[in-house]
Write a protein that binds this ligand. Structure first.
Ligand code: URA
Ligand code: SF4
Length: 264
């Protein structure tokens, strides 16, 4: 990277860090990496694509249509709307959460509540957006009642939709948001604290687990490691030659806009 670009990125990222830190003083040193819990990926080639290609006739629209009529698990009985996903049809990053909440269930769109707004700003901080270069969805496409975790059989019933979305979209990376999708995609039992912050692989796509924005809203101390994860993703994208818009400074420099801890 030319020096000027490097400096600009450093400045951008420093601004964002200030935002995430909510103006608190930065510790001089970053946390040392933990020992991997599950097996991390062995640096697959950047251009790797999902092993299973889509069937020629498959499309995002076809998946969304079938999701809309799906009754393969008990969540169909209590949902208001299905939430197949939203974003770029040619994404650098596919963001995968656990399942729709109340607002998502009302609107049929992923991550549109308080946690979703924070997610959008986290993504914006590293040059990603659902309007541009990211696709956002969940492991289950219907809301679990009372926001409980989706049950294993519900996750399994819905997983073919997610696999098809990955095959159609061929994202360069997956950002797995929180414990539930991370354990589901990696078939891991470790908690998110042990799994986050390093790349694994799902369907041939490099997968980075990080904390769920709801967790960041509950616990400020998680913002720093979450930010480290996003920086890691940005560094990887740049290293792999992806062209990213510069980080979303207008958003992140406005500290008054930092959400309070009113919940997700
Ligand atoms: N949390 C999630 O995991 N997914 C959403 O769509 C909204 C909140
Ligand atoms: Fe079908 Fe998935 Fe909704 Fe269950 S959660 S009814 S499998 S779309």
């Amino acid at each position: 990277m030319p020096d000027a670009d490097g400096k600009r990125m450093f400045d951008d990222l420093s601004l964002v860090l200030d935002w995430i830190e909510c103006g608190r003083k930065r510790p001089a040193r970053l946390r040392a990496p933990e020992t991997p819990a599950a097996m991390p990926e062995s640096e697959p080639p950047a251009a790797e694509i999902p092993a299973a290609g889509p069937s020629p006739a498959d499309s995002l629209e076809a998946v969304a249509f079938e999701v809309g009529r799906c009754a393969k698990c008990r969540l169909a009985a209590t949902r208001k709307r299905t939430v197949p996903g939203e974003g770029s049809a040619n994404p650098f990053v596919m963001v995968i959460g656990e399942g729709p909440g109340a607002e998502e269930d009302e609107r049929g769109l992923p991550f549109v509540g308080t946690a979703g707004k924070l997610l959008d700003r986290m993504l914006g901080a590293v040059g990603l957006s659902r309007a541009g270069n990211a696709f956002i969805c969940n492991v289950v496409k219907c809301r679990p009642p009372m926001n409980r975790d989706p049950a294993p059989d519900e996750q399994a019933a819905c997983m073919p939709f997610l696999r098809r979305q990955i095959a159609v979209l061929r994202p360069r990376y997956i950002l797995s948001i929180g414990r539930v999708p991370t354990q589901a995609l990696l078939a891991a039992k470790e908690g998110i604290t042990r799994l986050r912050g390093r790349f694994f692989e799902f369907e041939g796509v490099p997968l980075l687990p990080t904390y769920h924005p709801s967790a960041l809203l509950r616990d400020e101390a998680l913002k720093r490691p979450a930010w480290e994860d996003l920086k890691l993703l940005r560094e990887r994208m740049l290293r792999d030659g992806l062209r990213l818009p510069s980080s979303d400074k207008s958003d992140v420099s406005d500290k008054s806009d930092v959400p309070d801890k009113s919940g997700a």
